[in-house]
Design a protein around this ligand. Structure first.
Ligand code: NAD
Length: 342
């Protein structure tokens, strides 16, 4: 039996989750819900996806524009076993009522509060706790990246305390009205940024403080991590070995010319990924340094892509389709996720 998946909200995240679902042999994409009959709607139809929209008035709007529409979101929800809600943050609560009324499962994204579902997910950290759940929140891009690496370090060496400074891309590439264009914006000025507390929704025992600032770029966030490890015998080489063996982490080296987020993002283009997506944490292996028992490293996070595999694994967990290892392996294979450079 294939799980029938619908996508509500066809923006940066929704479009990518739809494409990823379409690649899974244990899932069927029943359709996507869009607000506007724009070019993205035409390309969705071209891919063979059924289009739904928010209400009857919008159905008329689509028809007037000559864009084929199969009904409203309520019709789409009826056809689905699970809805991946990728609407903008804070739209989730009203949609959750609709899903609950129809007795459907749903996944929400990191723009929603943890309290919306009471459970926040990162596949390699807490897959088993998602088994059979009705509602799950996949955490945001930065939190996903941090949880992957901190969980791996914690299991191998014990994390005493993590301190992280995040330089955030200010806007996604198509957000033409957002700035800044000539400033570094403290985001926020006071500590902590929301990322540290968000990591604790997945890994409650990790002692972490984060601070963040926005920089005028659109591709990738850049994390500077300083982590005190419990194991005082750790070497940089042992850290590299652990990270090399951790799924969804790709070690790169500045000696091979990867010296910036632009180069990291270029890897996605070079390997022919759809939309140049990078699903892996990019960690500079030559930044990994141990000094006075503290680990330092630089990490890049492609904000548009990193949470896509987690949405797929969350669907499998919620329907008990596979173990954590099986699901991660299957998702990695279907999305072409790399564990090492060639
Ligand atoms: P987006 O603005 O690119 O896409 C949201 C889409 O939902 C838009 O197409 C919008 O028209 C549509 N929409 C608005 N109201 C709707 C409604 N009531 N019903 C159906 N569709 C509706 O946003 P996004 O970047 O894809 O973010 C979606 C969620 O994913 C947010 O919770 C966000 O925090 C989270 N997220 C975003 C990123 C990122 O970097 N963009 C990364 C990780 C997580």
């Amino acid at each position: 039996m294939k799980v029938k998946v619908a996508i509500n909200g066809y923006g940066v995240i929704g479009r990518r989750v739809a494409d990823a679902v379409a690649k899974q042999d244990d899932m069927e994409l029943v359709g996507v819900c869009k607000v506007s009959p724009d070019y993205k709607a035409l390309f969705a139809l071209d891919k063979g996806y059924k289009l739904f929209t928010t209400d009857e008035k919008s159905v008329e709007k689509f028809r007037k524009m000559g864009v084929e529409v199969s009904g409203t979101v309520v019709d789409m929800v009826k056809e689905a076993d699970i809805i991946v809600d990728a609407t903008p943050g804070d739209v989730g609560p009203q949609n959750k009522e609709m899903y609950a009324k129809a007795s459907k499962k749903a996944i929400f994204q990191g723009g929603e509060e943890h309290e919306l579902t009471g459970f926040s997910f990162v596949a390699q950290c807490n897959y088993n706790q998602a088994l059979g759940r009705q509602f799950v929140r996949v955490v945001s891009c930065n939190t996903t990246g941090l949880c992957r690496v901190l969980n791996a370090l914690d299991l191998a060496f014990g994390v005493e305390k993590a301190r992280v400074v995040i330089a955030r891309r200010a806007a996604d590439p198509d957000e033409i009205s957002r700035g800044p264009i000539d400033a570094v914006v403290l985001d926020p000025v006071t500590l902590p940024s929301h990322h540290g507390p968000d990591v604790k929704t997945v890994l409650p025992h990790i002692n972490i403080t984060t601070m963040a600032l926005k920089v005028p770029t659109t591709h990738m966030h850049l994390h500077s991590l300083i982590v005190q490890l419990k194991d005082r015998t750790v070497t940089a080489e042992r850290v590299r070995d652990v990270l090399r063996r951790t799924p969804r982490i790709l070690l790169v080296n500045s000696k091979l010319g990867v010296k910036s987020t632009a180069h990291a993002y270029d890897i996605g283009r070079e390997i022919g990924r759809e939309r140049s997506d990078i699903f892996e944490n990019i960690i500079w292996e030559d930044s990994i340094t141990l000094e006075d028992y503290e680990l330092y490293l630089f990490m890049g996070v492609h904000q548009e892509a990193i949470v896509i595999p987690e949405n797929i694994d969350a669907i499998r967990a919620m329907f008990n389709l596979a173990s954590s290892e099986q699901s991660i392996e299957k998702t990695n294979a279907t999305l072409g996720i790399k564990s090492s450079m060639p």
